[in-house]
Design a binder for this molecule. Sequence first.
Ligand code: ADP
Length: 599
Amino acid sequence: MTQRLSTTTDADREEHLTDGTFRDGLELIAEGVTDMVGFNLACISVVRTAPDGSQDLEVLALGGSDYSAEMVVGRRTPLAGLLGELAKAEDWGRFRFLPHELLDTEDVENAYGWVVPDLVPGEGPNAWHPLDLLVALLHDDHGNLRGSLAIDLPENGLRPDAEQRRLLEKFAVQAERAVVTHLEREELAEQVRLAETARTIVRSASAQDGLSAVLQQCQAGLVEGFRCHGSWIQTFDEDGRGSGAIHTSSSSQVVLPVELIGVATSAAQTCWSEQRTVVIAPGHPVPSVLSDAEQHAVLAFMDDIRITSLLFVPLGAGGECLGNLVLTRTDDRDWTDLDRQAALDIGHDLGRVVLNARTFEREHELVLELRALDSYKSQLIATVSHELKNPLAAVAGYAEVLESAPELAARSRSAVDAIVRGAGRLNRVIDDLLVLSKVEDPHRPLEPVPVDLSRLVADTLELLDVTITQGQVDVVTNTPEGGVLADGDRDELACLVTNLISNAVKYTDLGKVVVTVERHGSVTVLQVSDEGLGISADDQARLFTEFFRSSNPVATSRPGTGLGLAIVKRIVDRHGGTITVDSELGRGSTFTVTLPAAG
Ligand code: ADP
């Protein structure tokens, strides 16, 4: 009675979850040989081809009791060694028998693929010798060698008789079918895996890098995923026209002949609307998207660049065809249905990538245009303001001279006073406009340094001292000893602090203004609270826009340009900070600014 070997290990069992049925089938056949034909060893192997073209036999299944499966399954031996020995073997139908006396090699283990047991040879003409070799070579339908079934250790110690040979022949047929199916399944799984890899790469391509970069990123994945020679991608412009500019997987440029640009474009449109791919290769039927002449032109072009076949795939999104993908091969492998379906799916993924990249590029261009416009606006404001400054200084100067002339009639004097006031107001507007154009200019990057906000508050209060003492406002400061350092531009932050405190003083008739400076972790906080007029909810919504002045007539009666808070907001934004306002009409306002802390 043959003791059955457990031929599956835990690791094997896991693998069985993926290719289990067929591996199990191979084991059953191997065990059938040992149980039913009366041998203690049956070994089924498959041919593996290395990238350098060399071929090995890898043991996949083992039946019998004398070997542990772990020792043998997965073992690889060069195929050439075995074939060399078998050349001298006797032909037994599907099997070849090599009596030990014809064996040349010293390295039996390498030639046979397993450890030959150290047994004492039997006696008599039919006795089996431990070095006898009995192997069936297993082929696919095309006659390619795909595996082997090797037998050893007869239970009765004899070479197989006619009945055993008949049975062995049957098992060899089964083993051949099982090996070919197993290898086909493996290849299919590998193909699915590679196509999935290609899809993952395409899906993860980021539109932010620009269309060319994105397409470049995808190429290597496509070539690897479809095991092809190259991939070309042509995208259409917004009017659906191909440019002939092709993004290729290799550094060598592919220039599509002019007549083929139109052919590719209309073929892609048709393929996209019919949701299909097209194979073009010599001997292949002419696809319906091409005329005979067009097919001829494409084949001539392929011949020029030594391409043996190509898979033409439309790219698109929704109802729009956005370009085409061409996968090329230089060998005679066919494009399988799986290749074609996976490529069509990738056409959808790539279509989305193209669409995203296009939208991104358009947005990017728009941002650049807006930035240029912004810069132009800042320059215009700056130039106009400068141009106004000199004549205004002349007007103000002469008006002041006139104002002090003793002979001036009362009516004329009030007119001159109005000119002086108007010139003063115009001057303030121009000064504010100049500051605004400076803090808005995208070509003036921020160069931050540590700035002590407490110091800025103290300086501002010194500047406003006269105004404060004239009114009935009590200003209180809460600033920690040792100061609070913000990271920013000193002049701009001084402007921010001055605007907020002067507003609080200006719009408070009677009451307290509290200025607090603190540090919270990585941010500094400046808070200016007053008990003044307050701001209505409607006004708060537009507070930071240029030239906004309150709808409250009491507030409008105070001098102002409506530019102060707009400037403050730009400065805060430039510093990566935040500004909020909390206010109620008639109760007062609190402006809170956060800025990045220094150090
Ligand atoms: P202005 O030069 O008019 O003060 P701002 O841009 O500094 O310009 O302020 C815009 C408007 O916001 C002011 O006209 C005023 O109505 C309102 N405002 C600003 N700060 C305060 C405040 N602390 N209290 C009440 N209203 C304020």
